[in-house]
Design a binder for this molecule. Structure first.
Ligand SMILES: [Fe+2]
Ligand SMILES: [Fe+2]
Length: 371
């Protein structure tokens, strides 16, 4: 009996040692150690996960559902299987592989949404369902069957796209986590309401593959190009911030592994946005971001500087470091909701929708690392 007690105590000690040391080193030591430690740690909280971890995952599931909804709209209109159109030709000016990338980004978001909800369920936690809020009318194009009749969660037709991520990732002296703010690469896009998808057949131009594309249609495609990167840089920061609040190593693994693909998406879209065709369409002006020497672009904003510039991180006393920015965890979920709202993505949504999303965000922001 005594032997058994000693064995149990030893195991418990070893378990708590493992728990503490692995959790503390998870962020720096890397994947190999983390995966080997999972079996020792995954059974915490009676096989479930902490309330904080469930809240984090629920907010991320909601974000993924919203991402899936918007990416599906882009895919229907300009993905791999979408027919030729002026809009699609406009996006092809940013890169010949745009339809493939758009379809694949959509698949990724769908997989994130389904995985996180399935994982929550497997732990006895409540998954997220936004279907009651699927009430918005989307594009009314009828030249692509099925598009006009679908109800949406997000609105891609009145966007106010923040393009300050462009300058933020090029700064070598500033960091939003230290309170710095950044100018827009396309100021007019951040100061009005513009469609990123064709609202009707006239803006779609079915069958048109002639280059140059009509200026207004190209402007819609350019707007989409910048919006893609806006969305995915948001995901990049969101996951990096949320990871710091997780308690269970397996949940951390999920957040890091999905977050990594958001980074891949952002990097791709960052590269493509720089190819947006320079033009003026009414109030909307796209500068030539490839013209490094020409104001208002300037050398530091040139389009091929897509690797993150090393900048101040944590404190100005340290050497500059090439990093994702921002990554501060405090208030990150509400920050994400506010950014998406300011983006115009939820124009037309109901008060109930905002209440539901705000509740999820507040719960995620209250989550704390428990080790
Ligand atoms: Fe995602
Ligand atoms: Fe994403």
């Amino acid at each position: 009996m005594k032997q058994l007690e000693t064995a149990i105590r030893k195991r418990a000690n070893r378990r708590s040692f493992l728990k503490n040391s692995l959790a503390a080193s998870a962020a720096t030591v890397g994947v190999g150690l983390m995966s080997s430690g999972l079996s020792a740690l995954g059974a915490d909280h009676d096989g479930g996960i902490t309330e904080g971890d469930a809240s984090i995952l629920r907010f991320l599931a909601a974000a993924e559902i919203l991402e899936t909804d918007l990416w599906q709209q882009y895919t229907e209109l300009t993905g791999q299987d979408a027919p030729d159109s002026g809009y699609k030709t406009g996006l092809l000016q940013l890169d010949g592989d745009m339809p493939q990338y758009i379809s694949d980004n959509t698949d990724d978001e769908m997989s994130h949404e389904l995985f996180i909800n399935a994982y929550l369920k497997s732990k006895g936690a409540k998954p997220v369902d936004l279907e009651p809020f699927r009430t918005l009318l989307g594009s009314q194009v009828t030249d692509i069957p099925g598009v006009a009749s679908k109800k949406r969660l997000t609105n891609l037709m009145e966007l106010t796209v923040d393009t300050s991520w462009w300058t933020r990732y090029r700064s070598d002296t500033q960091n939003p986590d230290l309170g710095d703010t950044f100018p827009n690469a396309v100021p007019t896009l951040a100061g009005g309401m513009f469609p990123a998808i064709p609202r009707n057949n006239a803006e779609l131009e079915i069958g048109n593959t002639t280059v140059p594309v009509d200026k207004h249609v190209q402007a819609i495609a350019n707007t989409a190009g910048f919006h893609f990167a806006f969305i995915e840089q948001g995901g990049t920061s969101l996951y990096a911030a949320m990871a710091q609040k997780t308690s269970n190593l397996e949940v951390l693994r999920i957040v890091l592994s999905i977050g990594g693909t958001e980074i891949m998406h952002f990097q791709t879209w960052h590269d493509k946005a720089g190819n947006a065709v320079p033009l003026t369409d009414g109030a909307l002006v796209f500068p030539d971001l490839t013209a490094a020497a020409t104001p208002p672009v300037g050398e530091s904003l040139q389009s091929n500087l897509i690797m993150p510039e090393p900048t101040v991180f944590l404190s100005k006393k340290f050497p500059v470091c090439s990093i994702i920015r921002p990554t501060a965890a405090k208030g990150i979920a509400m920050g994400a909701v506010k950014a998406l709202k300011a983006d115009g993505l939820f124009r037309g949504q109901t008060p109930d929708f905002f209440e539901f999303l705000t509740d999820l965000a507040e719960e995620a922001d209250e989550a704390r690392r428990e080790i």
